[in-house]
Design a protein around this ligand. Structure first.
Ligand SMILES: C[S@@+](CC[C@H](N)C(=O)[O-])C[C@H]1O[C@@H](n2cnc3c(N)ncnc32)[C@H](O)[C@@H]1O
Length: 273
């Protein structure tokens, strides 16, 4: 499907059934983060950690934030782990609200976070090991994420304005609709959810034409790095880093006919009003 045909008849997010079965969700996680881990994703996580570390070190942010949201988690705890070293301890008020729209996705996310809090990292151990190499403050961050997590069912579009000091969102806004206008609205809600100086960490698929969960096709907007940069700036963000992997560095889920050009990551700060 081309961008043009999609624009003529875009799939909007409310037309999608976001109720993944537990089997579909486990298949998705195993395919993307388990045995079939997409290597590009480790690159993005490590780059984000390095960019965040520069900012957190300069501003003295490590261990200081209390309000963070991890949006569209889908049973994947990594976004919370990336934010965790910036957060104060739970008994000092630090919490990461980890959320998703689908009830089963919320239940799976809760289970994952509870396991992490008990130090059972399972398939996330290699992610912890790889990511810690970017900055020593990220050692132990998956376990810390589990302890800081409050898991809730929540629609991104309902995020209250200026409510968060940090937001993590991995492969969500561009992967929940095929309508570019709707994608722009979702990005606006996410950026507006940050208070001035608040930190956004987000990853996105570049040039995706949709993806499979089980045998169901999910929609996507085929964004570029430049486009995401424009969207972020338009929504009041100062960008610390925004970049993507090259099309020569890809690993595909076997049998997935859907294509993408790469994976991107942005770390940005909400400007003061
Ligand atoms: C492509 S998956 C990404 C999952 C995970 N963040 C990851 O890194 O693999 C998109 C996720 O967004 C969730 N989602 C879709 N629409 C949403 C909405 N309006 N609010 C919150 N989450 C939503 C889906 O349920 C799904 O878990």
């Amino acid at each position: 499907m081309t961008m043009q045909s999609r624009q003529e008849n875009p799939v909007r997010t409310d037309e999608v059934d976001w109720g993944w079965t537990p089997e579909e969700l486990r298949g998705y996680i195993q395919g993307n983060y388990g045995e079939g881990v997409i290597r590009e994703d480790w690159v993005l996580g490590s780059v984000a950690i390095a960019a965040l570390a520069v900012h957190a070190h300069d501003q003295g942010l490590f261990g200081t934030l209390s309000r963070a949201a991890h949006l569209g988690a889908g049973g994947v705890p990594r976004g919370s782990a990336i934010l965790a070293p910036l957060m104060s301890d739970r008994d000092e008020g630090g919490k990461i609200v980890v959320s998703d729209l689908g009830a089963d996705n919320v239940a799976e996310t809760r289970k994952v976070m509870e396991d992490l809090a008990r130090g059972r990292l399972g398939k996330w151990q290699p992610h912890q090991d790889k990511m810690s190499r970017s900055n020593h403050r990220w050692r132990g961050s998956f376990r810390r994420a589990g302890r800081l997590a409050v898991v809730e069912q929540c629609d991104i579009r309902d995020l209250p304005p200026k409510s968060q000091q940090a937001v993590a969102m991995e492969y969500v806004a561009e992967s929940m609709t095929a309508d570019p206008h709707e994608h722009a609205k979702i990005m606006e809600a996410v950026c507006d959810g940050l208070e001035p100086g608040g930190v956004l960490y987000t990853t996105y698929m570049i040039g995706s034409d949709g993806y499979l969960v089980g045998d169901k096709v999910r929609p996507a907007v085929p964004v570029t790095v430049d486009y995401i940069g424009k969207v972020l700036r338009k929504n009041g963000m100062d960008i610390i880093f925004n970049g993507g992997t090259d099309a020569s560095h890809q690993a595909r889920i076997e049998g997935d006919p859907h294509a993408y050009d790469g994976m991107g990551v942005a770390v940005a700060l909400r400007r003061s009003d």
